[in-house]
Design a protein around this ligand. Structure first.
Ligand code: ADP
Ligand code: MG
Length: 224
């Protein structure tokens, strides 16, 4: 699905990433771990086309002759002000419809939004203000947005930070369910190692380069 070959990213004179090689196979869940400042978010942004790079990034979709992979992206917990009048429905309207959000969603838009929220079991969130959502609820809303239209690969930057322990397991179970239901690959960064064994097929330990790549057991048990 995704092949990253000899990827290097330099910003100014800083070598942020050097010779990263990573394959994400179809339907796999791959976790990126590593210290703060290791370049994990930079790697994700490079895949999204937001950073210049050397090397190759190759997406392929099984069955498609000329690969045009669709990427869904869940950014690292953006801040919304609790007083912000933007509702979940407004946020979806901004992203999915050409209709001005202040008019509110049309009837058919509202149906589509409910369908999207249903994928994350969040239909009851449609009229809530984005700023009042809990960490877990916000992640589910952002996830629902990233799944419309359905991507081939889903990229999430630290989806578990800002979510309480119960919510974390719930979110990981949901990602697992979505991955199986829609046959997509998932690439996510996390600092939560306790989730890796149960959910990740592959783990990459990154500190500007790939220090260790393998199954959760291989990486967590390694000297690196
Ligand atoms: P991580 O997500 O692993 O914590 P980042 O990818 O956010 O790490 O950052 C890696 C390094 O790249 C950091 O030293 C950061 O300061 C630097 N960096 C990230 N983005 C930029 C940018 N747009 N301009 C300059 N330096 C950046
Ligand atoms: Mg980061």
């Amino acid at each position: 699905c995704l092949r990253i070959e000899n990827l290097s990213v330099t910003i100014g004179s800083d070598k942020i990433l050097q010779n990263v090689n990573l394959h994400v196979h179809c339907g796999q869940m791959v976790a990126l771990i590593g210290p703060n400042g290791a370049g994990k978010s930079t790697l994700l942004k490079t895949l999204l086309g937001e950073r210049e790079f050397d090397g190759n990034i190759i997406f392929s979709v099984p069955g498609a002759r000329r690969a045009k992979a669709r990427i869904g992206y869940v950014p690292q917990s953006p801040n919304f002000d609790p007083g912000d009048p933007v509702s979940v429905a407004d946020l979806f309207t901004c992203c999915l419809s050409r209709r001005p959000a202040f008019l509110g969603p049309s009837k058919s838009d509202r149906e589509l939004i409910l369908e999207c929220l249903d994928r994350v079991h969040g239909e009851d969130l449609i009229d809530k203000r984005v700023g009042t959502l809990s960490g877990g609820e916000l992640q589910r809303v952002l996830l629902a947005l990233a799944l419309e239209p359905m991507p081939n690969i889903l990229i999430l930057d630290e989806p578990l930070s800002g979510v309480d322990v119960e919510g974390q397991t719930g979110l990981m179970d949901m990602l697992d369910e979505i991955r199986n239901a829609y046959d997509l690959s998932i690439l996510m960064t996390t600092h939560d190692f306790s989730m890796l064994e149960k959910y990740a097929d592959q783990v990459a330990l990154i500190d500007h380069r790939v220090l260790k790549l393998g199954t959760p057991g291989e990486v967590l048990g390694s000297d690196e």
